[in-house]
Design a protein around this ligand. Structure first.
Ligand code: HEM
Length: 184
């Protein structure tokens, strides 16, 4: 399935999705942080929250596509090859990020369903995933918030690792996912 040696870059769809989802995730975090700028029950607060929900669902849709393409297309090798412990760390981080991008939107969808609210998405209302259950909503919200905080560190570490590979180790980790294709 994955033959690392035949390609030097990820496929254009993976590269496009990587950077689009990076911006999308920043927007997902920014919208929910912005809610504290507005009083409870106000229109702007409801708007930024609705945007958070909608952008979060978009993450779920895109991550499914991304995972499908990722698992069915070749993975470019890192040159020079990192040590096996570094490969293991990178793989664990990538799995953690995929789990995060799948878990968070589903948890959010469960919160709104358990609160008895609809989930807005591009003018539609998504069906509830669970019946109304106040206690469940609170429990899942606590987990969603905790994992959300962990997400800041995961994404931060992922960015630092990419920069470390590019500027310190000087390998092709970052260029294989870069939007600019500089042939050397
Ligand atoms: C990748 C997707 C998502 C990420 C990274 C994310 C992240 C977060 C973060 C960081 C918070 C704030 C935590 C805090 O203030 O302590 C939050 C709150 C929340 N999120 Fe998400 N979220 C995502 C998707 C969703 C989706 C799809 C929904 C609903 C459909 C949702 C519903 C909520 C709710 C209800 C809250 C609490 C809002 C409040 O207390 O005012 N989230 N989320």
């Amino acid at each position: 399935m994955n033959n690392p040696s035949t390609v030097s870059r990820y496929s254009p769809i993976i590269i496009g999705l990587h950077w689009f989802m990076f911006v999308l995730l920043i927007a997902v975090f920014a919208t929910i942080e912005m809610r504290s700028l507005f009083p409870r029950g106000s229109d702007p607060r409801d708007l930024v929250k609705a945007l958070h929900f909608m952008l979060g669902i978009a993450v779920l849709l895109l991550v499914v596509i991304r995972l499908g393409v990722r698992l069915s297309s070749p993975t470019p090798a890192i040159v020079p090859a990192p040590r096996s412990i570094e490969n293991l760390l990178a793989k664990s981080m990538h799995i953690a990020l995929y789990v995060f991008m799948i878990f968070m939107p589903i948890a959010g969808w469960i919160i709104l369903s358990a609160e008895g609210h609809g989930v807005p998405f591009l003018g539609l209302e998504l069906p509830p995933l669970v019946d109304k259950n106040h206690a469940l909503a609170e429990q899942v919200e606590d987990i969603h918030k905790l994992v959300g905080e962990i997400g800041y560190y995961l994404i931060g570490l992922h960015v630092l690792a990419g920069l470390f590979h590019h500027y310190i180790k000087r390998d092709n980790t970052l260029t294989r996912i870069s939007l600019i294709n500089k042939k050397s």
